[in-house]
Design a protein around this ligand. Structure first.
Ligand code: NI
Length: 128
């Protein structure tokens, strides 16, 4: 692990009060596994996808749009904020089969030029 990342891990250990790095890493791994497991559930879910990107990045905006138009799930709503001269924040509320929503979010988040991306699952009972 590079020094910068290790430094951030140590900050996290301190701030959240973990007894040591191992416990923090265990927690992160567990959380990641839970994040992946929900995509196996059948039935429809609502997802909230947050992405931050530089709209100057060549053709990124149109690549994002194209992907949205071709997706078979439902994009219920999109909120677009121009954060500053370069950066845009988008929040998309999407509905579809759990696996589809996860795949769509993964494809959006992994696009070149996306600076930050996160998918949150929402149910009537709150976030899963
Ligand atoms: Ni914008």
């Amino acid at each position: 692990m590079e020094d910068a990342l290790l430094g951030k891990l140590d900050d996290m250990v301190r701030e959240k009060g973990y007894p040591n790095r191992s416990e923090a890493i265990r927690d992160l791994v567990r959380r990641n596994i839970v994040d992946d497991e929900w995509s196996d559930t059948t039935g429809e879910i609502i997802g909230v996808l947050v992405i931050v990107f530089d709209h100057h990045r060549r053709e990124l905006s149109s690549r994002l749009l194209k992907k949205e138009h071709h997706w078979e799930g439902n994009i219920l709503s999109t909120l677009h904020l121009h954060l500053d001269h370069d950066n845009c924040l988008e929040v998309k509320v999407i509905r579809g089969k759990a696996g589809m929503v996860k795949d769509f979010a993964d494809e959006m988040i992994s696009m070149k030029g996306i600076k930050y991306g996160r998918l949150v699952r929402a149910t009537a009972g709150g976030a899963l």
